[in-house]
Design a protein around this ligand. Structure first.
Ligand code: ZN
Length: 176
């Protein structure tokens, strides 16, 4: 019996898709009705300059206004728009704390992981049969269906013997 965590399963599928997106092949975007303006700290502003191409490849449209103020005019289509501000600050703070040591590949992975976590279906959301099947199909073709981008397990596997042991059944009771 396989027990699958729907949130991390979806997170893994989205992560692999976001990670593969590039400036030449960006994911679908949604324009925000009202651009979200952010006043960055000097550290966040420096991080923004560095990771800007990665943000654009991930589906963000960010314009520099005056000083350290930026405006987000579009976000990846799958991101809940209300999460744009928090996610962007999270990415800039993570990129800033790595002080340029993290390669752009690492930054891209970080962006893809943060995006995937926020866009993934929630753990307590009730899924239709079709949606469950869609999730399993996506997981089966994932490069690594076993763990989420942060290393948590997606699938728990129980053998018949594991279940029998939990019920404190003695070995071989099935024959009796
Ligand atoms: Zn998550």
């Amino acid at each position: 019996m396989l027990l699958i965590d729907q949130h991390v399963a979806h997170e893994r599928i989205l992560f692999e898709r976001f990670r593969a997106s590039t400036t030449a092949n960006p994911p679908a975007r949604q324009a925000l009705l009202l651009p979200e303006t952010l006043d960055l700290t000097p550290a966040q502003s420096a991080a923004f300059e560095r990771v800007r191409p990665e943000l654009e490849a991930a589906g963000f449209d960010v314009l520099e206004l005056s000083g350290r103020t930026v405006a987000v005019s579009a976000v990846p289509a799958e991101l809940p728009p209300g999460d744009a501000r928090a996610l962007l600050l999270e990415i800039l703070d993570a990129a800033g704390s790595s002080q340029g040591r993290a390669s752009l590949d690492a930054v891209r992975e970080e962006i893809a992981a943060s995006l995937a976590c926020r866009a993934a279906i929630k753990i307590n959301m009730r899924l239709t049969d079709e949606k469950m099947r869609w999730l399993l199909d996506g997981l089966l073709v994932a490069e690594n269906p076993w763990t989420c981008p942060h290393g948590r397990p997606v699938i728990l596997r129980f053998t018949v013997r594991d279940i029998e042991r939990q019920f404190q059944r003695p070995e071989g009771f099935r024959k009796a």
